[in-house]
Design a protein around this ligand. Structure first.
Ligand SMILES: [Zn+2]
Length: 248
């Protein structure tokens, strides 16, 4: 059975090469997100010839102001992969106006480029900005949207669900009350899993795709499901989101 990690910061982990070997051995389909376009090449290079890991090009909202000049590099590189992330908006109402302007400029451009390309898979950060992210993507987005670590209201969650979005669940969400409420509210056909390592720690270790099994167990117990059945459903959801299991 294949496990799924749609949001893993491979380039920020200690010893990415040995982790990569283990991911390949365990056949865990993984989207290796990046936070700036300038590190995309590194991730692309080390994942070349890998069967289960794909590089994503990103520009993290918390770096948008500082790295706005890399937007042109983003435009240049977006054609090198089907995967986009980490992108999104962060606390858009609370941040400085300079950060807000940069974040919106970057995110609007990313959405436009992804719309033009048509078949992109996006893994999106939406903390404190859920309504803005949903509005800017719109209801007729041609690619697939995965909201990573969704933590907003159930009302916005319903809007995201009706826009056809997917949701990647991590171990921190399984531990929190709000996260559990969100997990129970998402239709099972829209659930995916993520590690968000190394930003999430597990017993003082960096989280990684290698621990996705325990997240599956946690989600299964929150939902009262068999873990094997849940893992199969999540794999199926991933295949449907991608339209083709072989072309991840
Ligand atoms: Zn992340």
């Amino acid at each position: 059975m294949n496990l799924i990690d749609t949001h893993f910061h491979l380039d920020l982990i200690n010893d990415p090469i040995s982790i990569l070997e283990k991911i390949e051995k365990q056949k865990i389909y993984t989207i290796a997100v990046t936070n700036t376009p300038s590190v995309f090449h590194y991730t692309k290079k080390i994942t070349e010839n890998k069967k289960y890991v794909r590089p994503a090009i990103g520009l993290h909202p918390e770096l948008a102001e500082q790295r706005i000049r890399e937007l042109s590099l983003f435009k240049h590189l977006i054609h090198e992969t089907r995967y986009i992330g980490e992108v999104g908006l962060d606390n858009i109402k609370k941040c400085s106006s300079a950060s807000r302007d940069a974040q919106l400029k970057v995110f609007d451009e990313v959405v436009k480029l992804a719309q033009e390309a048509g078949n992109k898979i996006l893994t999106i950060h939406s903390r404190g900005s859920e309504a803005e992210v949903i509005d800017r993507i719109g209801e007729k987005f041609p690619g697939k949207v995965i909201l990573h670590w969704y933590s907003g209201s159930l009302q916005n969650l319903d809007r995201a669900i009706s826009s056809g979005f997917y949701f990647s669940i991590n171990s921190a969400m399984c531990r929190s009350k709000n996260g559990q409420k969100i997990i129970k509210h998402i239709p099972i056909i829209r659930l995916l899993t993520e590690s968000d390592g190394p930003f999430i720690k597990l017993n003082n270790n960096d989280n990684s795709p290698l621990y996705i099994q325990s997240t599956i167990e946690n989600i299964a117990s929150i939902l009262g499901l068999e873990k094997i059945e849940l893992a199969k459903t999540i794999y199926k959801n991933f295949k449907i989101a991608l339209n083709s299991p072989l072309k991840i």
